[in-house]
Design a protein around this ligand. Structure first.
Ligand code: FAD
Length: 413
């Protein structure tokens, strides 16, 4: 039997940031991170891989190099939680006990949820920026197209980085516009939801690009089936009266974003809410039923935008509340997460609409308007996305350096 004071499930954006955040506040903690993966990915970079700006290799590092010094890495997958026994069970049935548990295994991309998709991913014009090995294929397809039909899909919410499905589309259109082939290309955005972007203040800036690129928008269209060799996709359209019908579309290229759920081992665990996500208090990020468990990142239930930017602000909140609960720091009030999330919408090569918002869709821009006006496409925001945010991720967020992520404190309501 293995035992550690603090056990973290998942060494992704949230898990590594939480470990680093803990260690930044207090050395000499007994921490273990459980993750079976050899590679840690900077997924926000995949949009720029699909847009021909980054190489795939720039978005990956060996997991070993990202585990903070002094933290034990248990290279295994967690299969189950036993919160009453303060234990997690690994695949192969090893038991790991803890005093405090942080749950951060991300979400599950449900590729199998679309009939025929897995058989044709990476071939027949079918691609997705949601996978490391497929994002380069997006760019290959974009460069190879001189006309025809390009479809871009978006599944039902919640998904990670809700802007990413349309970011892929805008960068593709921008390239076709530059090459002069956009006029020969029919571009359709088929969205299972009913709005272009969940925070309505940002929609006008996006609609300008929809108009400029001549994109055909369809809401309430959910991808259900795809036949790669026949280059045909089927969508379920929900009509205003609630009726459903199947719509068939042919394509030369299709960028698919898969449906997304909580990981299976979380969904079936006592930690889950009815929808499958780890059920936390949205301010303290502590589990609502198990006070020794905290969660951050894509796997948890709070209604924030599932982004690495959100995890960057969540990590110090989890770290402070956990250390406070252990009696190791003398902070009178709990740390509070305000729901911050960010989505740099790459509307053209060289310009970004930098959406930053908190719970309730309240805009919370980090920068003064003269520097980056968040409601307008901005060259400065593109430079932030391309040049600044990757080092912020690797050198600050994953290292526990938090100049812009100090948590608020207030008495919990
Ligand atoms: P992840 O970073 O996915 O890490 C989860 C970790 O848990 C992995 O290492 C995995 O191996 C491990 N794990 C899984 N199962 C188990 C198990 N059973 N046991 C142990 N470990 C397990 N965010 C932004 O902020 N800005 C963006 O512009 C942006 N763009 C994006 C574009 C794309 C195409 C994608 C795919 C994502 C984008 N994101 C963006 C979202 C961001 O990448 C995620 O929100 C973030 O990585 C979530 O962190 P996480 O730690 O919850 O999960």
């Amino acid at each position: 039997e293995i035992s550690h004071d603090i056990v973290i499930v998942g060494g992704g954006a949230g898990g590594i940031a939480a470990a680093a955040s803990l260690l930044a506040r207090m050395g000499n903690l007994d921490i273990a991170i459980i993750d079976p993966a050899d590679i840690h990915y900077y997924q926000p970079g995949w949009t720029l891989v699909g847009g021909g700006v980054f190489t795939p290799e720039e978005t990956r590092r060996d997991m070993a190099s990202q585990i903070p010094g002094g933290v034990r890495w248990i290279r295994a997958a967690v299969a189950a939680f036993e919160p009453e026994a303060k234990a997690v069970i690994l695949e192969g049935c090893r038991v790991v006990k803890y005093k405090k548990l942080i749950v951060a295994p991300g979400l599950k991309l449900n590729w199998a949820g679309i009939e025929g998709l897995e058989a044709t991913l990476g071939r027949n014009g079918v691609t997705s920026n949601y996978r490391y090995d497929l994002a380069p294929y997006t760019w290959e397809l974009v460069r190879g197209m001189s006309g025809g039909t390009a479809l871009f899909t978006q599944p039902p919410m919640p998904i990670k980085c809700a802007g990413a499905p349309q970011k892929a589309m805008y960068l593709s259109c921008c390239e076709w516009e530059r090459r002069g082939t956009l006029k020969n290309t029919r571009v359709e955005f088929l969205n299972a939801g009913g709005v272009l972007f969940g925070v309505k203040d940002y929609v006008p800036a996006l609609m300008e690009y929809v108009g400029r690129y001549g994109i055909d928008l369809s809401f309430h269209h959910e991808l259900k089936r795809i036949d790669g060799p026949a280059r045909t996709a089927w969508f379920e359209r929900t009509n205003a009266d609630g009726g459903r019908e199947i719509v068939e579309k042919s394509f030369d290229m299709i960028h698919v974003v898969p449906p997304q759920t909580a990981p299976d081992f979380v969904r079936v665990s006592p930690l889950a809410n009815a929808a499958g996500w780890v059920e936390v208090d949205q301010a303290t990020l502590r589990h609502v039923r198990y006070p020794d468990i905290y969660s951050l990142g894509d796997v948890m239930s709070a209604p924030n935008a599932k982004t690495a930017a959100a995890a960057r602000k969540q990590a110090p909140v989890v770290a402070e509340n956990l250390l406070r609960d252990l009696g190791l720091i003398a902070e009178p009030h709990e740390a509070i997460y305000d729901g911050y999330g960010s989505c740099p919408l790459t509307v053209e090569r060289g310009k970004v609409v930098l959406a930053e918002f908190a719970y309730g869709g309240r805009r919370v821009p980090s920068f003064p308007k003269w520097f980056i006006d968040d409601l307008k496409p901005s060259k400065t925001a593109w430079l932030l996305k391309e040049k600044i945010l990757p080092p912020v991720y690797w050198q600050a967020m994953l290292k526990g350096r938090e100049p812009m992520a100090k948590p608020h404190h207030q008495t919990a309501a």
